[in-house]
Ligand binder design. Structure first.
Ligand code: MG
Length: 286
């Protein structure tokens, strides 16, 4: 048998009892969810990745539950995310935390939007120079970010295109306020300094410092989220067990995520009653 590597995440189900107890005890919850691959299965085209009615229903019930805040943090644009999840009371963070509703009042979020557009246009020019007539990745203009998608191309083409994007980005120089971040079959140019983890910490503070963070995600960018709450949160990676992750737990699929969201809802709907009963008992003793 091969020697065991550093301990990876454990199945959330195997820690069910301990996790349920933490959720029941917590004064309040802050739930942070990724969208693609977490709330909904990854689709061949982004517009096909739509939430099931059950998912919308459980999110609506959670946001209506006292002392529960739910945020969805995604690489998608804010407007797109809001349209996909018509649930009142949800907090939305698009572009990996750059665009937030309700807005974040923090100097780090103040953006020179025109400056960033100029920088993105420079990047596109540099990329076109490098690619010439060769096939280009699918380019998604997200306003304040550009995503270069490689899904569906042959591996050799992907290597060449990735290198061209990296070279074009390098050509922007060290002074650029942008960063080039990898994801699943994608490279994305966006403003440096804000990521899902940083955004979620600000949103969590809004939910109350004593709140229990429960964070779920499936992609590289969600590692920032897991790192931010490694010490005090329930961090859950969605997907296959393989690969390095900062998350403590894992679940296999968005279906399992849905199962756990229902579980959290059930626990929190029971929790206030339990807390009241125990308070009454304490009252009788005094
Ligand atoms: Mg994802």
């Amino acid at each position: 048998m091969a020697p065991r590597r550093s301990p990876g995440p454990i199945p959330l189900d195997s820690a069910r009892r301990a996790v349920r107890a933490r959720i029941a005890r917590a004064p309040s919850l802050f739930i942070a969810l990724d969208y693609d691959g977490t709330l909904v299965p990854i689709a061949s085209r982004p517009e096909l990745a739509r939430p099931a009615p059950e998912t919308l229903a459980v999110l609506a019930s959670l946001t209506a539950t006292p002392r529960v805040r739910v945020a969805v943090l995604s690489g998608r644009r804010l407007d797109e995310l809001k349209a996909l999840l018509p649930v009142s009371g949800l907090i939305f963070a698009g572009l990996h935390g750059l665009e937030v509703r309700p807005p974040v009042h923090d100097a780090a979020w103040a953006m020179d939007k025109r400056g960033i557009r100029t920088e993105l246009k420079r990047l596109l020019r540099r990329l076109r120079e490098r690619l010439g007539d060769a096939p280009a990745p699918r380019i998604e203009d997200k306003g304040q970010a550009l995503a270069f998608h490689f899904r569906g191309f042959p591996p050799s083409e992907i290597r060449r295109m990735r290198q061209a994007v990296r070279d074009a980005f390098e050509a922007l120089g060290d002074e650029t306020p942008m960063r080039l971040a990898p994801g699943k079959q994608v490279l994305e140019a966006r403003r440096a300094g804000i990521d899902k983890g940083r955004c979620a910490l600000v949103l969590r503070a809004r939910a109350g410092r004593g709140s229990l963070p429960i964070v779920l995600g499936d992609d590289v960018t969600d590692e920032d989220l897991f790192a931010a709450f490694a010490a005090d949160g329930i961090t859950v990676r969605v997907g296959r067990r393989s690969g390095k992750t900062r998350a403590r737990y894992w679940v296999r699929s968005p279906e399992e995520v849905l199962h756990w969201l229902r579980e959290i809802l059930r626990i929190r709907q029971e929790a206030p009653a339990r807390r009241t009963r125990s308070l009454n008992r304490e009252g009788e003793r005094t």
